[in-house]
Ligand binder design. Structure first.
Ligand code: ZN
Length: 235
């Protein structure tokens, strides 16, 4: 059995951020497993991208292939029953009266981290790796470093395991996320992210832009495309 502190569970959705986190974890931990969540998302495309990305990343580097272990899919569809959001229902993407975008799913990251923590403790994995980020954040309170620190403490106390939450993207912007992928896995990883990951809120795959597939106009596509442009200009 590997030392828990050298093994990680990556919260892996199949998007740009969590794929970069997976590569980061594979370069730093001896054993890496992945977890995905079905929360009744309107667009299932991210979930179908996951296995393609896992296989691509494992084939890219022999050490990564050796380190990459099981994938887990957990049912978090209870979130959909709590109320409508643009991620789970036919609701337009806009600012809500609460001052948060309608894409915010209240409690989502808290639930994901609780479920991931429970799974990690069962699997003997000591570190949760996630793509939460304060820099580009759309005001999601559950992506803040303070929230992560509090959640890690809750998991340590409630599960009685020395679990850690590792967020490699917390203080970097989308351009730096592209740069990090390049640094971790070169052009091969950048191209895997461009072609096989999914970020678009509208579930659009159609056209392949330089930065990847997507509608190009939803907030997720805009952020991804702008990050790409900024990074490309700096290369
Ligand atoms: Zn889009």
């Amino acid at each position: 059995m590997t030392d828990p502190s050298s093994s990680a569970l990556v919260l892996f959705s199949g998007g740009q951020d969590s794929t970069t986190c997976l590569a980061s974890a594979l370069s730093r931990f001896e054993r890496v497993e992945t977890v995905g969540f079905d929360y009744g998302q309107r667009h299932r495309i991210e979930l179908t991208c996951r296995e393609t990305v896992r296989q691509g990343i494992a084939a890219m580097n022999p050490l990564w292939g050796e380190r990459l272990g099981e994938d887990h899919m957990l049912d978090a569809t209870v979130l959909k029953s709590l109320g409508e959001t643009a991620m789970t229902h036919e609701v337009s993407i806009e600012m809500t009266e609460a001052g948060l975008p309608s894409t915010f799913v209240p409690g989502r990251n808290l639930l994901f981290l609780t479920l991931a923590g429970a799974l990690a403790s069962r699997r003997g994995l000591g570190v949760l790796v996630g793509g939460m980020c304060e820099t580009d954040y759309s005001g999601y309170p559950d992506c803040r470093a303070d929230t992560m620190a509090a959640q890690a403490e809750t998991l340590r106390l409630g599960l009685d395991v020395p679990i850690r939450i590792d967020t490699p993207l917390m203080y970097i912007d989308k351009a730096e996320t592209w740069a990090l992928a390049q640094q971790l896995g070169g052009d091969a990883l950048v191209q895997l992210i461009v072609k096989d990951t999914h970020t678009c809120y509208l579930g659009e795959r159609g056209e392949l832009h330089e930065w990847g597939h997507g509608c190009g106009t939803c907030p997720a596509c805009e952020l991804r495309a702008k990050g790409w442009e900024k990074w490309a200009a700096s290369r």
